[in-house]
Design a protein around this ligand. Sequence first.
Ligand code: FE2
Length: 140
Amino acid sequence: MALSWQDSMTTGVPRIDKQHQQLIHEVNSLMDAMRAGKAKEEIEKLFAFLGEYAVKHFTDEEAEMERAKCPAAMTNRLAHQQFVRKFSQLRERVAREGITPTFIITVQKDLVDWVVNHIRGVDTRLAAYARKPSPIGAAG
Ligand SMILES: [Fe+2]
């Protein structure tokens, strides 16, 4: 089943939410292409595009969390670094072994499940801080 963005995934920052929607779209395209048995070259292109998009998005989101003084900023940054390492392992595996049913299951876990759990568990923590216009006078 395709992954979908839900209201419960909001970070309170429309720009970041849009990026998450795009990220989910790219993840779905990749999963569809793998399940449809598309050529390895095409899958590798989708991996490359998704990887670049994810890194750009992470940079943006990390800056946003820092700006908002969100306490999850460091957790978020570390999670992103871990993801980037795992993602490059997946890409190396595609180049080496091509697409196998086992690989698709691994991608489902390391990519699809990760994205959903990460948005829900970490990124949404931004919501409470992003909405505060300024810390001045915010007490009480
Ligand atoms: Fe994040």
